[in-house]
Design a protein around this ligand. Structure first.
Ligand SMILES: Cc1cc2nc3c(=O)[nH]c(=O)nc-3n(C[C@H](O)[C@H](O)[C@H](O)COP(=O)(O)OP(=O)(O)OC[C@H]3O[C@@H](n4cnc5c(N)ncnc54)[C@H](O)[C@@H]3O)c2cc1C
Ligand code: FES
Length: 372
């Protein structure tokens, strides 16, 4: 009996050691893999995990994503792509495939580049040409919060397997229809819930559905999508938001707050009417957390008592443009984006990088309606 007990104890001890080893191996494997966000020309983004030593092309191929390739040997340049953020080993190749000057600007060869950290890689081809497409997800609606007479916030459960870049959006199906509406995440990518900030359009299809729907309702979306995402921060940032165009900036600020960003980050947030000014608590919280972050608000409506009036361009301190050595991110309704872009160009401002997102309406505009 005693012998048998000893055997059982030894067996259990060995089983415990085996389980621990498996956990450690799995942990190390996870720690050694790097996530690669492949951002296609049509805005579709797919995430793949690169195994240790694996190239960007091989990691993509393992998931059935055929990014453009020919020689696979660093000789032809067919797989040239732009690494938007992250660290990598460029591998070996000939000058004909990738020049030193190109490599210095962040271009790389997907068949040679091996991630040394998580990467964002822009692929110069449409997702369909690479035999992939946006991922489809099903989730449930957690809740809707009225932020003001004109604005709502809503939350979805985060479906398993969803990853996105701060600033991206999804195409959310309007339940009971075959229509969808696009919404930018306002939450930070790693959060367990997905938050959105929405303009409440009185006779809007999705707006009306959100107002009436019960928590727990099933919803479906495809994504993530869009090239309006936060790049590596190497110089001061200027964020210009119009109305609910604030949403992607909340996500970006959330990401910046997780890093040790030392660059100045300025936000000018403009709305049409006082009631459109929402999300200020979140902005104040980021201002407290992020040492380089400051923001100003402005209201365009004539009758507003807001201390700052007019459009966002009127409230950009010229010092924030840093002589053009600044990355500008601009998001809002199309007329606002066009006006701000035109104003900056007329003022002779050419930022080092200029990223824009237009919240274009899906339904045709009704006569006399103003986008805000
Ligand atoms: C890439 C992208 C990201 C977007 N992200 C967001 C986001 O994060 N938050 C957000 O609120 N919206 C966002 N939008 C806009 C959003 O997709 C919808 O168009 C918007 O929410 C209206 O949907 P709805 O179904 O409520 O109204 P709809 O049924 O589409 O519209 C009803 C009527 O209202 C008009 N209309 C639509 N938008 C406006 C407006 N802003 N002002 C006045 N009239 C309008 C339409 O032209 C139509 O006549 C985004 C759009 C794009 C393209
Ligand atoms: S496929 Fe030819 S250089 Fe990469």
């Amino acid at each position: 009996m005693k012998g048998s007990d000893g055997f059982v104890q030894a067996y259990n001890a060995q089983a415990a050691v085996d389980a621990t080893v498996q956990v450690i191996v799995a942990h190390e494997r996870r720690a050694m893999t790097h996530s690669i966000a492949l951002s296609f020309e049509d805005g579709v983004t797919r995430f793949v995990d690169a195994r240790p030593g694996e190239t960007v092309a091989d990691a993509a191929y393992r998931l059935g994503i055929n990014i453009p390739l020919d020689c696979r040997d660093g000789a032809c340049g067919t797989c040239k792509c732009r690494v938007e953020s992250g660290a990598y080993d460029g591998g070996s190749y000939i000058e004909d495939a990738l020049t030193e000057a190109e490599a210095a600007t962040g271009l790389a060869l997907a068949c040679q580049a091996r991630p040394k950290s998580d990467l964002v890689v822009a692929i110069p081809a449409a997702s369909t040409a690479c035999k992939t497409r946006p991922q489809a997800f099903e989730t449930t609606r957690r809740g809707v919060e009225r932020l003001s007479a004109t604005s709502l916030a809503f939350t979805l459960d985060r479906p398993a397997g969803l990853a996105f870049l701060p600033g991206q959006y999804v195409n959310l199906g309007v339940p009971g229809t075959d229509l969808h509406r696009s919404y930018s995440f306002s939450s930070v990518p790693g959060a367990d819930r997905l938050d959105f900030l929405v303009r409440d359009i009185p006779d809007g299809l999705m707006s009306g559905w959100l107002r009436a729907a019960q928590p727990g309702t099933a919803m479906a979306f495809t994504g993530p999508t869009g090239s309006f995402y936060l790049r590596n921060v190497t110089r001061p940032l200027l964020f210009l938001a119009g109305g609910t165009g604030l949403a992607p900036f909340l996500s970006m600020l959330g990401r910046l707050a997780e890093t040790d960003c030392t660059q100045p980050v300025r936000l000018v947030y403009g709305v049409t009417n006082d009631a459109d000014l929402v999300g200020l608590d979140a902005l104040d919280a980021y201002a407290a957390k992020l040492p380089g972050f400051a923001y100003v608000t402005t209201v365009a409506a004539e009758g507003s008592a807001h201390p700052r009036r007019g459009y966002v361009t009127a409230h950009v301190d010229p010092a924030w443009l840093n002589g053009g050595d600044v990355d500008v991110y601009l998001c809002g309704p199309p007329p606002m984006v066009d006006a701000v872009r035109g104003r900056l160009a007329a003022d002779g401002v050419t930022p080092a990088a200029f990223h824009t997102e237009k919240f274009s309406p899906s339904a045709p505009a009704q006569p006399g309606r103003l986008a805000a």
